[in-house]
Design a protein around this ligand. Sequence first.
Ligand code: URA
Length: 212
Amino acid sequence: MTSEPRRDCALCPRLAGFRAQNRETYPAYFNAPVPSFGTHDARLLIVGLAPGLHGANATGRPFTGDYAGDLLYRTLLRHGLAKGTYGRVASDGLELVDCAITNAVRCVPPENKPTPAEINTCRQFLTATISSMPHLRAILALGKIAHDSVLTALVARKKDHPFGHGTSYGIGRLLLVSSYHCSRYNTNTGKLTEEMFDDAVKEAKIAAMPQL
Ligand code: URA
């Protein structure tokens, strides 16, 4: 996929510093901006928050290696949006089917919390990713940060498109479907059940591939 930051991207000084620190602490990890997964001809784009320290930041593939990825990839496999076996590593051979996965922020942030400035700075890559997908019909945003960043990327007003689980809005040629983030915290607290998440993925799939 195009539209990726350079491996040594220094646009966000705090994130670049955290990356340098992680290269020392975890030399075997990927420790770089995590590129999107999937191809630019997909009709569905899934947008997460940012790589997890011991998940995507370790493996180099979005959502790969942590709890959120277990739930996400299990759900995608169930809906035929992925094929193969998810093995928690980037070399598992898993393939996405007509969908791609990216993050609102490409580098792992300390405590999983990117600052508003980092979200704004990294949006150029999200915008470029969206623009590089000519067949894109639907975006599934995981969590409010992804939802809001997609809205800004699409030049749509947050006030007119409030975030909620299961919301969907037509914006130009795209449908934006949103879900609570599939994090362990959200499922442990009961904010998001596997069924709720399944429903959101199903809705996004129908929006992207209406004939299926
Ligand atoms: N891993 C990601 O790549 N993104 C998330 O939002 C969470 C985990």
